[in-house]
Design a protein around this ligand. Structure first.
Ligand SMILES: Nc1ncnc2c1ncn2[C@@H]1O[C@H](COP(=O)(O)OP(=O)(O)OP(=O)(O)O)[C@@H](O)[C@H]1O
Ligand SMILES: [Mg+2]
Length: 412
C-alpha cells in the first residue's frame, strides 16, 4: 500500500507546494488597514470569521466595527445584538484596549434610509408605499448585497472607526457579493425597465409613439404576464428614483470603488471541501482581475489530528491486533481509540490534499487553517479561540501542526 492510500501522508504526483503563511495579526494591527471584507460561499464561516477578526483587532487596540449579516441568533446575542436597529452598538468586552462595535444589517431599513435621504418627504412617502418598492427592498435577489455595500459606504463616511470588518450575505456563490449590486442596478436602469416604464416617464401613452409594432406586442405580453398594476408600480417607482438621484448604477459604482481603495483587504473563507474551495478559487481569480487586494484564504473547520506520529495505516493495524486480542480487557477500548485516530488521520489527509490542490492553482495565496471547534462558535470565548487560530503565530500550536496546514508538510 502506498503512503497516499493509507491516508496519513498524502503523496501528490508532484511534491505539494506549501502555501505561504497569512499574517492576519499584522494585517488587523496595521493602521493603514481600514476595511476587511470576509467573503466565501454559503455556510463556510464568514460571519464567525468577521466577528473573530473584529474582536482580535479590538484586543490589539483598534476602534473596530463589525457589520454582520444574518448572524446566528446566539452569536448575535453574545455580541449584544438583541434587536435589529441597523446601527452599531458597543459590545461589552471587559478590559479591552480598543473598542468593538457590532451591527446587523437591516436591508429594508437601509434602503428606506436612502430613499428618505434623497427625496422630499412626500416623494419618499410615495416610494415607500409603492408595492414594487416594498418587494424590491425586502426580497429582490441582490438587494442584500447592494445594501451591505451601501452600509459599508455609510460606516466609512462616518469616520468613527479605524477599522471596519464586513461580513457578506449568505449567497451560494462568493462572487454574488461583487456582482449582485451591478446586476440590480442594471435591472433598474436597464432597457427592459425603460421600455416598460416609457409611458410614465413620457407622461402617458405618448411614450410609445415611436415604439415599433413589435415592441408594442412585446410590452403587451409582458404586461399580461406581470400584470398591469405591477407595471404601473414599477413605472412609478423608477420614474421617482430617476429624479431622486443619479440612478442606481452610479451609486453601485461609487460603493464598488470603495472596495478598490488602498486600505481595503479581502479575506476569503472556505471549508476544506471541493465546492467551497472551487468557489474560493473563482473568487481569488476575480479579485486579481479587478485589482482588489487579497489578504489570504482562511481554511475553516479543519480536523487536525491530536498527534501525527502514528499513521492511519499503523493505527488501523494496531486496532486490528488489539481487537483480536480482545478478551474483555481494555483492548476493545484501545482498538476503538486507534480507529478514531486512523479516521482522523485519513480525514486530515483528505483536507490537506484539497488545500494543496488549491495552493498548486494559486501558489501566491496565503492560507491559514482554523480547526473546527467542538460545538458552534456563539460566544465571546469561542470567538477568542477562533481569533487565536486566525492570528496566533504559525508554529507552536496545541497539536504541533502549523497553522498554515492541516497536517505537517512532508519532508522531501
Ligand atoms: N471553526 C469553527 N468551528 C466550529 N464551528 C464553526 C466554526 N466556524 C463556524 N462555525 C459554525 O458554523 C456555522 C456557520 O458559520 P457562519 O454563520 O459564520 O457561516 P457563514 O459563512 O456566515 O454562513 P452564511 O453563508 O449562512 O452566512 C455556525 O453555526 C458557526 O457557529
Ligand atoms: Mg453569515
Amino acid at each position: 500500500m502506498t503512503a497516499a492510500a493509507d491516508g496519513a501522508t498524502p503523496r501528490p504526483a508532484r511534491p505539494a507546494r506549501q502555501a505561504p503563511p497569512v499574517d492576519l495579526a499584522a494585517l488587523i494591527a496595521d493602521p493603514d488597514t481600514r476595511i476587511i471584507v470576509c467573503c466565501g460561499s454559503g455556510g463556510v464561516g464568514k460571519t464567525t470569521t468577521s466577528a473573530a477578526l473584529a474582536l482580535a483587532a479590538a484586543e490589539a487596540g483598534r476602534r473596530v466595527v463589525v457589520l454582520t449579516i444574518d448572524p446566528a441568533r446566539r452569536l448575535a446575542q453574545s455580541l449584544g445584538l438583541e434587536e435589529l436597529d441597523n446601527e452599531p452598538r458597543e459590545v461589552d468586552v471587559p478590559g479591552i484596549p480598543g473598542r468593538l462595535d457590532a451591527m446587523m444589517l437591516d436591508m429594508k431599513r437601509t434602503f428606506d434610509d436612502i430613499v428618505v435621504a434623497h427625496s422630499t418627504p412626500e416623494r419618499a412617502e410615495q416610494i415607500l408605499a409603492n408595492p414594487f418598492y416594498q418587494t424590491l427592498s425586502s426580497s429582490f435577489a441582490g438587494t442584500q448585497e447592494y445594501m451591505a455595500m451601501e452600509k459599508l459606504g455609510q460606516l466609512r463616511t462616518a469616520e468613527r472607526w479605524d477599522l471596519i470588518v464586513v461580513d457578506t450575505p449568505p449567497s451560494r456563490s462568493a462572487l454574488d457579493f461583487l456582482d449582485a449590486p451591478n446586476r440590480m442596478s442594471r435591472f433598474l436602469d436597464g432597457t427592459m425597465i425603460r421600455v416598460l416604464t416609457a409611458p410614465a416617464r413620457a407622461g402617458g401613452r405618448a411614450g410609445f409613439k415611436f415604439a415599433s409594432a413589435g415592441f408594442l406586442i412585446f410590452t403587451r405580453i409582458i404586461s399580461k404576464v406581470l400584470g398591469g398594476q405591477l407595471l404601473r408600480d414599477i413605472s412609478a417607482f423608477v420614474s421617482a428614483l430617476d429624479t431622486m438621484f443619479g440612478g442606481f448604477r452610479e451609486r453601485a459604482t461609487a460603493t464598488y470603488e470603495l472596495l478598490r481603495r488602498p486600505g481595503t483587504w479581502f479575506v476569503v473563507v472556505a471549508t476544506p471541501e471541493p465546492d467551497a474551495l472551487r468557489e474560493a478559487s473563482y473568487f481569488v481569480d476575480r479579485l486579481s482581475a479587478e485589482g482588489m487586494p487579497l489578504a489570504g484564504l482562511v481554511l475553516n473547520r479543519t480536523h487536525p489530528p491530536a498527534s501525527t506520529r502514528l499513521s492511519a495505516t499503523r493505527a488501523e493495524a494496531a486496532a486490528e491486533a488489539a481487537a483480536e486480542a480482545d478478551d474483555g480487557s481494555p483492548a476493545a477500548l484501545v482498538a476503538g481509540a486507534l480507529r478514531v485516530h486512523a479516521d482522523r488521520m485519513t480525514l486530515a489527509a483528505r483536507e490537506q490534499r484539497l488545500a494543496d490542490r488549491f495552493t498548486s492553482a494559486h501558489p501566491e495565496v496565503g492560507m491559514r487553517a482554523v480547526p473546527a471547534a467542538a460545538g458552534d462558535v456563539h460566544d465571546l470565548e469561542g470567538l477568542r479561540v477562533m481569533a487565536e487560530a486566525l492570528t496566533g503565530p504559525d508554529g507552536d500550536t496545541p497539536t504541533g501542526v502549523p497553522r498554515t496546514r492541516v497536517l505537517p508538510a512532508r519532508r522531501a
